[in-house]
Design a protein around this ligand. Structure first.
Ligand SMILES: Cc1cc2nc3c(=O)[nH]c(=O)nc-3n(C[C@H](O)[C@H](O)[C@H](O)COP(=O)(O)OP(=O)(O)OC[C@H]3O[C@@H](n4cnc5c(N)ncnc54)[C@H](O)[C@@H]3O)c2cc1C
Length: 487
């Protein structure tokens, strides 16, 4: 073996890190192995049990396809394997490692509980055949557990977490890692014959998986989103031009003022480091101060980090449990009829309906509206927030367990550092404040297009629109009483 490389053959197990640039596992494998190949394992049955829906899975596969081409340009083959469940992964990887004579496995760490368990089982299984497994920190800037309170606990409140997090980052620029080197063309490993014998590995990435449906696609876009690393990088470049306006405009759903990078960050078509590096460069290396737009955006990226650190520190969050156990005593409603109206955007409250239709049509919803509709479901309708959480997972193209669970538990006042239970969003005031002229409502609720800017927020009975599903004032009062009685 050449002294240059620690290993002859390394396998990179790709998951939600679908990019060639700045991919820690890929970079480390290419540095330490003479030959590398990549593998993606789809587990549709487990993904379904995690409520991952058609949009997020279709987008993941489309990004994977783009990456396969990108890796081929570097002579790195990417194979695909479909196994129904996570539980089957350790055995399959053991067989593949044996048959392809792999010397080391590289992957980027994932933090939801079942992913964590799967990865631990893989490490143990491969240890038995002397194949080391290296999991890198890549989804977050700092590994969960790295930011602790003075007494060594995980932070439960965002603001002190943010302070400690920035301090812990210690002025790092988070310079992105280079992409892997081009492998020797004449020595591409493994040979296709060996791969075919290894397991049911294939090179063709399917459009659809067992149990998953198709997603509307047009001009290479899924639900209007262009998959892949190149599209993600382009979006980041575009957002760089607009970032200074982010703090002032990010709450207005009719303005395209946020980065819309969430689908890419979620499947890893762009890395958190690439985003932070760009923002810090613009802000003379500062996380706070400087440009309001940049520091505000960096703050949102820290929310993402916070929620990921939280699920790693408190695994009960991955078990459908509220952070605040007493909130399990809320007499949640399980009205299928109300829930259906909410899902379909037919509640009779225009801003809620417009937001839900945006979700259903585009796989994405503006952050302000995610808060509004989540509050409406969990407070005004008093429906179990877990129903809303599940629906979002099924419909969002950026569905991310940590951020989604965090957002829902925040809005439902069941989470740590959640909105206080007595502060219930009034959808009408939110609508008047953040969609003053009703532009957003008009885009998604065309039947209200002709109403005046005043009437559109709360259509008069004469309008051809269903009456509101609930009395917002009364239901708010009721929710506050219910939560107060838990104390
Ligand atoms: C009920 C609810 C559910 C949510 N579900 C998800 C989800 O499944 N996936 C998801 O990525 N985000 C989720 N969010 C957070 C947020 O709404 C989205 O990240 C954001 O709207 C994505 O748009 P953007 O990329 O333009 O964000 P920007 O405003 O440009 O922010 C940049 C990035 O920061 C991160 N981010 C921003 N806000 C938050 C936040 N509050 N919490 C965690 N990360 C944040 C995202 O990665 C986002 O892409 C949820 C929020 C709520 C209130």
């Amino acid at each position: 073996m050449s002294a240059e490389f620690a290993f002859q053959r390394g396998l990179v197990w790709l998951r939600n890190d679908l990019r060639r640039q700045d991919n820690t596992a890929l970079y480390r494998a290419a540095k330490s192995c003479r030959h590398i190949a990549a593998l993606f394992i789809a587990c549709p049955q487990t993904w379904r049990s995690h409520d991952e829906g058609d949009p997020v899975v279709a987008f993941r596969l489309a990004c994977l396809r783009e990456l396969q081409q990108g890796l081929a340009e570097r002579n790195i083959p990417l194979y695909f394997l479909e196994l129904p469940k996570f539980e089957q992964v350790p055995k399959a990887l053991t067989q593949i490692a044996r048959r392809l004579e792999i010397d080391a496995l590289f992957a980027n760490a994932e933090y939801p509980l079942n992913e964590w368990r799967r990865d631990t089982a893989v490490r143990e299984a491969l240890k038995k055949i002397d194949v080391p497994v290296e999991y890198s920190t890549d989804r977050t800037l700092l590994p969960p557990g790295a930011v602790k309170t003075g007494s060594g606990d995980a932070y439960k409140v965002f603001t002190p977490f943010k302070r400690a997090f920035i301090e812990r980052c210690g002025g790092s620029e988070f310079a992105p890692l280079p992409q892997p080197r081009v492998m020797d063309e004449d020595k591409v490993w493994p040979s296709w014959i060996a791969v075919e014998a290894a397991h049911n590995l294939v090179q063709t990435i399917p459009d659809q998986l067992r149990g998953y449906g198709a997603v509307p696609a047009k001009n290479g876009q899924l639900l209007g989103w262009k998959p892949g690393e190149k599209a993600a990088a382009k979006r980041l470049r575009q957002f760089r031009e607009d970032i200074d306006g982010y703090a002032d405009e990010r709450d207005f759903p009719a303005i395209d003022a946020t980065s819309r990078l969430s689908p890419y960050l979620n499947c890893g078509a762009i890395s958190i480091r690439q985003c932070v590096h760009m923002a810090l460069q613009l802000n003379a290396g500062q996380w706070t101060g400087g440009s309001d737009g940049v520091s505000c955006w960096l703050g949102e990226l820290i929310w993402r980090e916070f929620y990921t650190h939280l699920i790693a520190a408190f695994p009960r969050l991955c078990m459908h449990r509220p952070f605040k156990p007493e909130t399990d005593k809320v007499p949640w409603s399980y009205s299928e009829a109300d829930f259906k109206r909410w899902c379909r955007g037919k509640t009779g409250v225009p801003i809620v309906d417009a937001a839900m239709r945006q979700l259903n049509q585009t796989g994405w919803m503006h952050n302000r509206l995610r808060m509004v509709v989540a509050s409406f479901l969990s407070k005004n309708l008093l429906i179990d927030w877990r129903w809303g959480e599940r629906y979002f997972m099924q419909k969002l193209i950026d569905a991310d367990f940590a951020a989604n669970n965090g957002g829902w538990q925040w809005a439902a006042s069941t989470g740590t550092d959640a909105v206080p239970y007595f502060r219930v969003f009034n959808p009408y005031s939110q609508s008047k404040k953040f969609d003053r002229r009703g532009e957003f409502i008009r885009e998604f609720v065309p039947e209200l297009r002709e109403l005046s800017d005043d009437e559109i927020h709360c259509p008069p009975p004469s309008a051809d629109y269903p009456p509101p599903i609930c009395d917002v004032g009364q239901s708010r009062k009721h929710a506050i009483e219910v939560f107060a009685s838990l104390r």
